[in-house]
Ligand binder design. Structure first.
Ligand code: NAD
Length: 457
């Protein structure tokens, strides 16, 4: 699709469109962000830093209270920047009251899109947030949905709720989908320098969505419809899910044939074109890669289509915690202890390296499986996750990881490879280390006590 002209008011546009475009371009626009989590708060911060009046709306009294006091609660964000925009610059405020939407010209919706226990999409947060916005919808507002969801959500679910107000979409109010690409923990690619895609319900909706995103993001890529933007986001995440599943399957094969998958990937990576490295692990987690493929599989079923590839990838990835459980229990069986008396130490509970996000963490799944098998002595250490609920018990992280504590366990498992882990110390003191992340690759000296996932030994 050819890129359309953007950045100045369309002469053919409605009065509402032209007025909103002028406000966006002269900076007098007020931005609302509904949902102040891992996606919403960084977005709100970027606008507030640009001097744009920004209002965050959330259903969590705790988050609103914290933000109103200038206190940051998202690991990646800079505490001083949050305090500065709230307390000194006073460009960011937070509220529980959807009534604040009335004062906003642009409203981003960044609420969760989880799945149900049966892994069907749960878009109730989107519906609830849209109803909150609709209650205060007025002429000249632009609503941008950012939550990851199945194609058709913006036009078939969000638009009808907003249309009930009686305003014309594309003329009186405007609606677009613009997926989020934030990668928590990534120091290189941030909200500001990662291109975003936008798909508006009409050309006017797209132009306005491009213009507001351009206030804080260097590159904005328009597509022809919201559904293209919704599907594009799912493609990004399913691409990861499928490739991780492939390498997870190959890791299990390598374990059988005695080849080191990590060495295989490093070698393949030297091909300068047509290959992108993915690495095996104990499974996938977080709020995106695990959930999003199910959104598309569900939508596909509605049109009698079976997404075999996606389903197979999910099956392989979700089998990995079970595979790690069998590795742990095999190592226990080699020692003079029973499952009941074995002491297992899990290192890293977050779903990935250097983040404090526990959602759908494979490490947590491993802990649950061990408890189900009657392993009673499970400890863990994760500097970012103070405590976790494993079935009916609460486990608390060790404050520090000492050699004596490592020594005390029969099996030590590196479930998440946080950069702060002293892997040399761990290997020197553990009876056996099961490494599911290749965290031990740079350990000095021969260590016969390391069992690496996918190295075939
Ligand atoms: N976390 C990521 O790295 C990431 C990356 C890309 C896309 N996404 C997508 O972005 C969306 C948000 O994810 P997140 O990680 O920010 O979730 P989150 O749980 O961190 O934050 C969501 C926020 O929305 C609030 N909320 C829930 N229902 C609400 C309602 N009805 N009205 C107002 N606020 C409400 C919650 O209290 C919470 O503060 C999801 O669709 C997710 O798939 C997330």
């Amino acid at each position: 699709m050819a890129l359309r002209r953007v950045g100045r008011p369309r002469t053919t546009g409605s009065r509402s469109e032209q007025q909103l475009m002028s406000k966006i371009l002269d900076g007098s626009v007020t931005v609302g962000v509904v949902g102040l989590g891992y996606v919403g708060l960084p977005l709100a911060l970027e606008f507030a830093k640009e001097g744009i009046r920004t209002i965050g709306i959330d259903v969590s009294a705790e988050k609103v209270k914290s933000l109103s006091a200038g206190r940051n609660y998202i690991q990646d964000l800079n505490d001083d920047e949050i305090r500065y925009v709230v307390k000194e610059k006073k460009t960011l405020t937070a509220t529980l009251d959807f009534g604040a939407c009335a004062a906003c010209d642009v409203i981003y919706v960044c609420v969760p899109t989880p799945f149900t226990p049966n892994k069907d999409p749960d878009i109730s947060h989107i519906v609830h947030a849209t109803e909150g916005v609709a209650a205060h919808l007025r002429k000249g507002q632009l609503v941008i949905l950012k939550s990851t969801t199945f194609p058709g959500t913006t036009e078939k679910y969000v638009k009808p709720i907003l249309d009930r107000v009686g305003l014309a979409c594309g003329k009186d109010y405007f609606l677009a989908f613009s997926p989020e690409r934030i990668d928590p923990g990534n120091q290189v690619w941030t909200t500001k320098n990662t291109p975003v895609v936008v798909g508006g319900v009409s050309a006017a909706c797209t132009d306005l969505a491009i213009a507001i995103n351009r206030r804080i993001i260097a590159e904005v890529v328009p597509v022809s419809t919201p559904a293209v933007a919704e599907m594009e986001k799912l493609l990004e995440n399913i691409f990861r899910s499928v490739n991780i599943a492939l390498v997870n399957e190959l890791a299990q094969l390598c374990d059988r044939i005695g080849v080191n998958i990590w060495e295989v990937v490093e070698a393949a990576k030297t091909k300068p074109f047509g290959f992108m490295p993915f690495y095996p692990g104990p499974g996938i987690g977080g709020h995106c890669i695990l959930i999003d493929p199910y959104y598309l599989s569900w939508a596909a079923r509605e049109v009698d289509f079976v997404t075999n590839f996606i389903t197979l990838a999910a099956e392989v990835n979700e089998s990995m915690p079970f595979y790690v459980r069998s590795m742990i229990e095999r190592e226990i069986a080699r020692q003079p202890v029973t499952l009941k008396s074995a002491k297992v130490l899990l290192l890293g509970m977050a779903f990935k390296k250097d983040v404090d996000d526990l959602r759908h963490s494979p490490a947590l799944k491993v802990a649950e499986l061990l408890v189900e098998d009657g392993i009673e002595n499970i400890s863990y250490f994760d500097p970012y996750i103070p405590s976790v609920r494993v079935h009916d018990r609460t486990l608390t992280s060790r404050k520090n990881l000492t050699p004596a504590f490592v020594k005390r366990h029969d099996v030590v498992v590196i479930t998440t490879d946080h950069s702060t882990f002293d892997v040399d110390m761990i290997c020197q003191n553990a009876k056996v280390v099961i490494d599911t992340r290749n965290a031990t690759k740079n350990v000095k000296g021969p260590h016969r006590n390391i069992v690496l996932l996918g190295d075939g030994k």
